[in-house]
Design a protein around this ligand. Structure first.
Ligand SMILES: Cc1cc2nc3c(=O)[nH]c(=O)nc-3n(C[C@H](O)[C@H](O)[C@H](O)COP(=O)(O)OP(=O)(O)OC[C@H]3O[C@@H](n4cnc5c(N)ncnc54)[C@H](O)[C@@H]3O)c2cc1C
Length: 388
């Protein structure tokens, strides 16, 4: 039997969940369909800094500021920029301003899941096909891998970079950004990996030498999570056998010849192997013409490289704004979606342009100097603003 849901959200990531939560706060029922079988199927890992101009506004719209505050990692806003020799070129302490507090992504997601009625999330529902229902404007039929299907009058694609919903509105597809990541985790770092823990400091680290760099975070559980970023061909990752951990580690470490040992340790001493990942992005100005009954949010709408640290923040802000638009235009889905998308496109394009620009600054011949200069420019802007 095909059940009808007035609002169906595909994808239970941060964006989809916060959309459901803000709708719920406004007394509107929605159903989230998530491919993973349960909340704990996959470790959500990684720290996220939640920005005051978007992510935090979404949390407030969701009425979740109090539980969110309890998740903030004290000291996590600290940041340092190093060269490959381990020389600190810039260091910022966590000033406690809460402009970009750090939280654990898994804990944030759990908070959102817990804020919804149990029946709101349909786990283990992988969307495989979507079609328009003939004769009913804006109605779609969504089919799942288990053979089931639903219909809906508002289909929200919150299903990430490889969205199954996106083709209903756009022919765009993410392309390789030119950067590949190798992820490494060091557990219980202060005890077991003291020199790597010391070089990481209390929050975030950028260590660069030209087109190769380490971006790292101290996590709230005392582990260190690092990404080695490399400007490389799309097939570079395939040239390394990551199932052979010692061989992969020595291949990767060759890229760090001449680097300080404390920085090399962030990769060399990984406790759980090395995980490769290519970074993809949609075109900076991705947008679409209004299609009745369907829209996108988060990475489905505007996946971008992570170098502005905006993706999760945007996904949550999109979700909150979309839900508010639906609430404000009660009963008029098309007006709600038109208002939401008119605000979304320029906002997302600005963030995508910043991400692309940061990518070029980080992975350039004179890195990390360009990054140091960029922060010095922010200081000058702040000083000028303070005097006007
Ligand atoms: C290495 C890396 C580091 C990053 N660091 C940061 C950072 O520091 N700060 C920041 O703000 N952002 C960061 N980002 C970006 C951020 O992770 C994403 O922008 C954010 O997760 C997008 O949220 P979302 O809800 O749109 O999509 P997702 O988090 O991708 O969630 C989509 C959900 O949809 C589900 N789904 C997918 N397909 C289907 C289907 N067919 N049927 C049903 N469900 C489906 C998935 O299982 C998933 O749960 C980073 C990204 C990467 C790759």
């Amino acid at each position: 039997m095909t059940t009808h849901y007035p609002i169906a959200i595909i994808g239970g990531g941060l964006g989809g969940l916060i959309a459901a939560r803000v709708l719920h706060v406004h007394g509107i029922t929605s159903a989230v369909f998530e491919l993973e079988p349960s909340r704990s199927t996959r470790v959500q890992g990684g720290m996220l800094d939640i920005h005051d101009h978007n992510g935090q506004k979404a949390i407030r719209a969701a009425g979740l500021w109090e539980p969110f505050s309890a998740l903030i990692h004290p000291g996590g806003e600290a940041m340092r920029i190093l060269d490959h020799a381990g020389t600190i070129l810039r260091e910022e302490a966590d000033g406690g301003t809460l402009s970009r507090p750090e939280v654990d992504r898994g804990q944030l997601r759990d908070m959102l899941i817990d804020s919804l009625p149990d029946e709101a999330i349909h786990w283990g529902h992988k969307v495989t096909r979507i079609s328009q229902v003939e004769g009913v404007a804006g109605r779609h039929e969504v089919s799942f891998a288990d053979g089931g299907s639903i219909t809906t009058d508002l289909l929200i694609g919150a299903d990430g970079a490889w969205s199954k919903v996106r083709p209903l509105v756009s022919g765009a597809w993410p392309t390789y950004s030119g950067i590949s990541f190798i992820e490494a985790d060091l557990l219980d770092a202060d005890e077991r990996h003291p020199s790597a823990a010391a070089v990481m400091g209390g929050g975030m680290l950028f260590a660069f030498r030209g087109n190769i760099g380490i971006l790292g975070h101290r996590e709230s559980d005392g582990s260190l999570h690092s990404y080695l970023g490399v400007r490389a061909d799309e097939n570079w990752i395939d040239t390394i056998d990551f199932t052979d951990v010692p061989a992969a580690t020595s291949a990767i470490l060759r890229l760090l010849d001449g680097w300080d040992n404390s920085l090399r340790d962030l990769i060399a001493r990984a406790d759980t192997g090395l995980t490769p990942r290519r970074i993809f992005a949609l075109p900076i100005d991705h947008s679409w013409k209004r299609v009745p009954g369907v829209t996108l949010l988060g990475d489905a709408a505007h996946v971008m490289s992570p170098f502005a640290g905006e993706g999760a923040n945007l996904a949550m802000y999109d979700g909150a704004l979309l839900a508010l638009a639906v609430s404000e235009h009660s009963g008029d889905v098309e007006s709600a979606l038109a208002a939401y998308e008119a605000e979304l496109f320029p906002r997302a394009a600005k963030a995508a342009a910043e991400s692309a620009e940061s990518l070029e600054i980080l992975f350039s011949e004179n890195s990390p100097q360009g990054l140091v200069d960029m922060f010095a420019g922010f200081d000058e802007q702040d000083a000028a603003a303070a005097t006007t």
